[in-house]
Design a protein around this ligand. Structure first.
Ligand code: PLP
Length: 394
């Protein structure tokens, strides 16, 4: 029976496949190497950098969720992106969003500075800028939607079509939504990349990544480079990530429910200047998000009315939200992109991408929503009183 529903794929991947003992959960194969059956008789696996049964199971599960041919599990999201970059020959061009994840920005920029690639960072919501950059014949078009941290949404189907007309490969970083809410390959992408550190594992206890390729040829090429450069993921990390993947569907839906309620609260708050969330009809990418996503996700950003001192004060009052980088774990996190996730991006480049000192990014967890709202309420009330006291003192 072929299973196509994402929730069932995630739960059932590798279940009851152990022929030796009939274990329900597939065992973790920690062995670094495997014996040959005889002289020149290699078995399916020989050395764990090249292939590992536990890692293979996770890679195939993510590929099945993303409707791709195969998945390569890597040691981090960054090494997944690094593996994709190996598809390029020297001097070939990459077109990437100007507001992509800071680590991606740093990798592409550093490769360009070394003369290994040419790079154009463009606002992909600006169709003229996009067309101008495509006219330079990039080999790889990188998409990250919704983007980090401002949740800009771009049309994957439209950009993929345009990219195909110049024979570019399209890769989408789908970390923010997971395959439960967005399936880029069905929208025309050739490659999907994940930082599995985030929603796919979902428990903030593994750093990992994955590349899913639409075709066998692309899969073979990237898998070859992943083995060659040694960026493949560890077996135990794969085991934990597969464990996390089983509950992906229920987790992301609960995350999203909480995010919607938090957005309602923030949108009405007098100390909030602006909320960035694709689920808001006022969000410029709302209708594209509605078309290509099956959920709005649970990442949101907002600008506090005030300066960096108010931001510090707000953050210091929080008792439930942890001040931390990363996202997609069951616990709620808040971060200050300018000094944290995007610190590798110069202040000038941050300004171009719209990252200001009063911007905060939230990864909404699955705690009880009343506790999350109370936590924000307490902090807002504290800075509200401080602001009033300052005004009266003047
Ligand atoms: N892509 C996105 C959208 C991210 O947010 C991150 C990390 O935050 C990465 C890629 C890199 O992943 P990792 O930290 O697992 O290397």
């Amino acid at each position: 029976m072929s299973i196509t529903s994402t929730d069932t794929i995630a739960v059932r991947a590798g279940i009851e496949t152990d022929t030796q003992h009939g274990a329900i959960t597939p065992p973790v194969y920690l062995s670094s190497n495997y014996s040959f059956a005889g002289f020149d008789e290699k078995r399916e696996f020989d050395y764990s950098r090249s292939g590992n049964p536990t890692r293979q199971l996770l890679g195939q599960a993510i590929a099945d969720l993303e409707n791709g041919f195969g998945g390569i599990v890597t040691s981090s999201g960054m090494s997944a992106i690094f593996a994709v970059l190996q598809l390029l020959k020297g001097g070939e061009r990459v077109l990437a969003p100007h507001d992509c994840y800071g680590g991606t920005f740093r990798l592409f920029k550093s490769y360009a500075e070394k003369g290994l690639i040419e790079i154009d960072f463009v606002d992909q919501t600006d169709s003229r800028a996009l067309d101008d950059a495509l006219a330079k014949q990039p080999k790889l078009v990188w998409i990250e939607t919704p983007s980090n941290p401002l949740l800009r949404v771009v049309d994957i189907e439209l950009i993929s079509k345009k990219a195909k007309s110049v024979n570019a490969i399209v890769a989408v970083d789908n970390t923010f939504l997971s395959p439960i809410f967005q399936k880029p390959i069905l929208l025309g992408a050739d490659i999907v990349v994940h930082s599995t550190t985030k929603y796919i594992n979902g428990h903030s206890d593994v750093v990992g990544g994955a590349v899913v390729a639409k075709t066998e040829a692309l899969y073979e090429d990237i898998a070859w480079w992943a083995n060659c450069t040694g960026v493949t993921g560890a077996a135990f990390d794969s085991f934990l990530t597969l464990r996390g993947l089983r509950t992906l569907d229920v987790r992301v839906k609960r995350h999203a429910k909480n995010a919607n309620l938090l957005v309602d609260y923030l949108s009405d708050h007098p100390l909030v200047e602006k909320v960035y969330f694709p689920g808001l009809t006022s969000h410029p990418g709302h209708y594209i998000a509605e078309k290509q996503q099956t959920g709005f996700g649970s990442m949101l950003s907002f600008k506090l009315k005030g300066d960096v001192e108010d931001v510090k004060s707000f953050l210091s009052q929080l008792q439930i939200f942890s001040l931390a980088e990363s996202l997609g774990g069951v616990e709620s996190l808040i971060c200050h992109p300018s000094t944290m996730t995007h610190a590798a991006v110069s202040l000038e480049e941050q300004a171009i991408a719209g990252i200001t000192q009063n911007l905060l990014r939230v990864s909404v967890g699955i705690e009880n929503i009343d506790d999350l709202l109370d936590d924000f309420d307490r902090s807002f009330n504290a800075i509200g009183s401080q602001k009033l006291a300052k005004k009266l003192a003047v």
